[in-house]
Ligand binder design. Structure first.
Ligand SMILES: [Zn+2]
Length: 472
């Protein structure tokens, strides 16, 4: 029975009972929450239910991709983030798992998956346990599983490295794990391509269309995620938190101690037409926007995709990890290049991306019960990766991202399309920042991903309940 793979989260002792009648700790008498036969370790789980970002991948396709790495039997399996249960079905029907623990962060998702499996008559093929789990709750025993698997699940986890380290312990020596996850470099290249195409479409017709707007929304979201890659406090609030570079992920696997970590390209997408075609379908992009975008794509994408290595021309990777049977070896690279204090003493003439930055911000400060609320609304076009607009009020700094879709901005400030569309179209800023009740002396800076900081000329002080507009 797969229950012996679990442990009491309080005292690490064995659990007894069954999910149907009740589960408790054999030592400390802690009672596990069980809802509809599902072990509920994620307390207070209100269950955000939404489809995973990437398409789920059928079992047979995964098996074909893993090819020679795929073992004869998967043994005891932990499925992470079952979502709608497509992989769950494959794991049950594939006849290669001896038992299966199906997890998801959302109780509602698990209830739906369990119901669908029941309707398909798949609940009794192998021993099954359903449990809510977000990847970090200490409820699995060390070396409990032969296989861990999931599709489009690491990209939604808060702390991927923490989860991977836990999973390393849950796997038996000789065990393996596999996940399909989005490739950041491909998304960046196609995001830049789509931005160029959308800029052209907006120049031809600045009017609203559902297709243009929903594609631009996606480009803005990708760009925000990519420019803030690895910034956990910022990403915490987003549902899709991460995309992955194959080599960075491989290095992380080696550092955690996996004997083998391989990023296998899922599909060869030399033009992006297949990937963007599926995206248009998901978003309901109407004609003629859809055929115009797909028609222009190969020519526009070549500029960015040709810079990628052949292995990176895929929207997703299958990450395949194996835990060795011998002594564990952890391999570390040097510290990341971007560490330490950011330089702040750059000359005023400092230019970025070959073009001067442009901006327009409205700042309106008002007093609240907790201090001072400062609404910052506007846009900032910088022709390179920009991480934040940093507003310092009374000596306290607050950062706000530059990311919102602003199709109106290129038309007014960049009629000759000198700035990269990726930067010019996704340049909006809109946030209310909260400051303690200190002074109103003001400083505004542009913080680039490179760490460089550019001051924005601004009045030295704000006045409450007055709007200040800063433009260049
Ligand atoms: Zn206990």
């Amino acid at each position: 029975m797969p229950l012996r793979k679990f442990q009491c989260p309080e005292c690490q002792s064995s659990l007894i009972g069954t999910p149907d009648v009740g589960v408790m700790c054999e030592r400390c008498d802690a009672r596990m929450t069980v809802t509809d036969g599902i072990l509920d370790f994620v307390t207070g789980n209100t269950g955000l239910v939404s489809e995973p970002a990437g398409p789920a991948m059928p079992y047979q396709e995964l098996k074909n991709l893993a090819a020679g790495y795929w073992p004869g039997l998967l043994g005891s399996v932990l499925e992470v983030g079952c979502g709608t249960g497509l992989l769950t079905r494959g794991l049950i029907q594939g006849n290669e798992a001896t038992d299966l623990v199906v997890t998801d962060g959302s109780l509602l998702m698990l209830q739906a998956t369990r119901r669908h499996l029941g309707q398909a008559g798949l609940l009794t093929n192998i021993p099954l346990i359903f449990a809510t789990h977000r990847g970090t709750e200490p409820v699995f025993r060390d070396s409990a599983f032969d296989t861990c698997a999931g599709t489009s699940v690491l990209n939604r986890m808060h702390d991927v490295r923490g989860f991977m380290s836990n999973m390393f312990r849950w796997l038996r020596p000789g065990g393996r794990a596999f996940f399909t996850e989005p490739n950041v470099r491909y998304h960046r290249a196609l995001g830049q391509t789509l931005a160029d195409i959308l800029a052209l479409l907006y120049r031809e017709d600045p009017g609203f269309s559902h297709g243009k707007q929903s594609l631009l929304n996606i480009v803005s979201q990708w760009r925000r995620g990519i420019l803030h890659l690895g910034d956990l406090p910022f990403l915490a609030a987003l549902e899709d938190k991460h995309m992955f570079a194959g080599d960075t992920f491989e290095a992380m696997g080696r550092e955690i101690g996996f004997a083998k970590t391989i990023a296998i390209p899922v599909a060869f997408g030399p033009t992006g037409v297949g990937f963007i075609g599926r995206l248009c379908e998901q978003l309901g992009v109407e004609e003629p926007v859809r055929s115009t975008v797909l028609g222009l794509l190969p020519a526009f994408a070549d500029r960015y995709l040709s810079l990628l290595s052949p292995r990176d021309r895929t929207d997703r990777f299958l990450f395949w990890l194996e835990k060795g049977v011998g002594p564990i070896a952890r391999h570390f690279r040097g510290p990341p290049a971007m560490e330490g204090e950011l330089p702040t003493d750059l000359p005023d003439s400092f230019r970025v991306g070959g073009l001067p930055p442009r901006w327009s911000f409205e700042l309106a400060a008002s007093r609240t019960d907790d201090g001072i609320a400062l609404r910052v609304h506007g846009w900032c076009v910088v022709n390179t990766d920009v991480r934040w607009i940093r507003v310092t009020l009374g000596g306290v700094g607050r950062d706000t991202p530059v990311w919102l879709p602003r199709p109106d901005v290129p038309a007014s400030v960049d009629p000759h399309a000198a700035y990269a569309s990726w930067n010019a179209l996704c340049c909006g800023v809109d946030e209310t920042l909260c400051f303690p009740d200190g002074g109103l002396d003001l400083r505004i800076e542009i913080v680039l991903s490179s760490g460089a900081i550019r001051a924005v000329p601004a009045p030295p002080n704000l006045t409450l309940d007055e709007t200040v507009v800063v433009t260049q």
